[in-house]
Design a protein around this ligand. Structure first.
Ligand SMILES: [Zn+2]
Length: 276
């Protein structure tokens, strides 16, 4: 293989499709810019699908949280600002990026297009929509708003200590969303990097999604995790014929992570032809 960045290829060796159910263990306050997505006069709106009026979790919100938790457990320095969010990014210098390949975050979660030449992002996170059964359950609850509740909170002014009541819209505890993540194998190291994805799921379960996490909102749990392995050679086959593994929880996935990485490696085997 040429070492010139101008001729490097990004060949897909295979993909791992991870599906899971994400349950709101506590009420979920999903971020959205105040005003642009507001429902009525509420601030802090839940993001809604305009077609169904149902709340959903934007893939960008889910992926951003998985990334920032992964950065923090690795102790990486945040050196890149996107709006008001600071991220760690392996920055290219003179077209070279010596740190990228061993970085525990950037190959998986990606870097801006003008950095790290020929460095495709491994992880795609789809928007997560309410599963039908959960939507029907929420409809039966007669909530304050369609599929959501209003929680009153007292914001304390730090100077005057005066309490200002405010409304927060939350998806109620128990709501369940269908998650899909696609993890692409571009090189042999990507099998080991899959551990970073599994760990990030556990980091999120111990943290929170959306806003107001330090005040109780946003605890989530994954269940019914399925990994579908799609080697490149099998891309003309229907999904149901491809090998899968299922796990009831993130803990179960982590307990079997060594054998799962070995299974992915042998199923999506990178041949010497690919590496030539
Ligand atoms: Zn990095």
């Amino acid at each position: 293989m040429s070492t010139s960045t101008a001729t490097r290829r990004a060949t897909i060796f295979g993909r791992v499709i991870l599906t899971a159910q994400l349950r709101a263990v506590t009420g979920l306050r999903i971020g959205g810019a105040t005003g642009t997505l507001a429902i009525g006069a509420l601030d802090n709106p839940v993001v809604r699908d305009p077609l169904t009026n149902q709340p959903y979790i934007p893939g960008s919100a889910l992926k951003g949280k998985l990334r920032s938790l992964s950065e923090r457990i690795e102790g990486l320095v945040s050196n890149w600002r996107i709006n008001n969010v600071y991220l760690h990014i392996c920055l290219a210098q003179n077209g070279q990026n010596p740190n990228y390949h061993t970085c525990p975050v950037c190959p998986v979660f990606g870097v801006p297009g003008d950095q790290a030449p020929s460095a495709p992002t491994r992880l795609i996170v789809r928007d997560a929509f309410l599963i039908d059964e959960s939507a029907r359950e929420l409809e039966a609850l007669r909530l304050d708003l369609p599929y959501s509740e209003i929680k009153w909170e007292a914001a304390i002014d730090r100077v005057t200590s005066a309490a200002t009541p405010r409304q927060v819209e939350r998806v109620p505890a128990g709501a369940r969303f269908a998650c899909e993540m696609v993890y692409t194998i571009y090189e042999p190291e990507d099998f080991e990097r899959f551990r970073i994805v599994a760990r990030a799921l556990q980091l999120l379960e111990d943290d929170y999604l959306g806003g107001y996490g330090s005040r109780g909102s946003g605890k989530v749990a994954f269940s019914d995790i399925t990994l579908l392995a799609k080697p490149r050679e099998q891309y003309d086959k229907p999904r149901e014929t491809l090998p899968t593994r299922t796990f009831p929880s993130v803990d179960a996935l982590l307990q079997q992570l060594d054998e799962t990485v070995a299974w992915l490696t042998s199923t999506i085997l990178v041949t010497t032809r690919d590496l030539a």
